[in-house]
Design a protein. Structure first.
Length: 133
């Protein structure tokens, strides 16, 4: 993703990301303190490469199951992440596509192992219930 991000030479509009954060704190004022600390980081994301690094931090809003956490910080990070992704899609589509391909290479083995574990548990429970052990 680094090469694609650098090659694009795009400028990121951090104002849109900040706006998403400010809109969120209207609904959840307890997130205001987190937005205050995130402003410097948001303003520092002036190119796709820098934005990709910020997205990694904001992605912490999600659990391993892909759900948004219940804290004010998670809610804010979710909004910042979504706004950042939209900015990346429009300003640096090649970096966005490369990011998705890279994410798949990391996520696919994890999803496969989760599925295999679930199948193993179901099989073990089935054997216990039928006396197969």
């Amino acid at each position: 993703t680094g090469a694609a991000a650098k090659a694009s030479g795009a400028k990121i509009n951090t104002g849109k990301i900040l706006k998403a954060g400010k809109e969120y704190i209207k609904d959840d004022p307890s997130a205001k303190k987190y937005l205050k600390t995130a402003v410097t980081a948001i303003k520092g994301a002036k190119n796709p490469s820098q934005l990709l690094r910020k997205l990694q931090v904001w992605k912490e809003a999600y659990s391993s199951a892909g759900r948004v956490g219940k804290s004010a910080k998670a809610g804010l990070y979710n909004k910042l992440y979504k706004a950042g992704i939209e900015e990346l899609k429009t300003k640096a589509p090649e970096a966005y596509k490369a990011r998705r391909r890279l994410a798949f290479t990391y996520e696919a083995p994890k999803k496969i192992s989760q599925t295999a574990w679930q199948a193993l548990k179901v099989s073990a429970i089935g054997r216990l219930l039928t006396g197969g052990f």
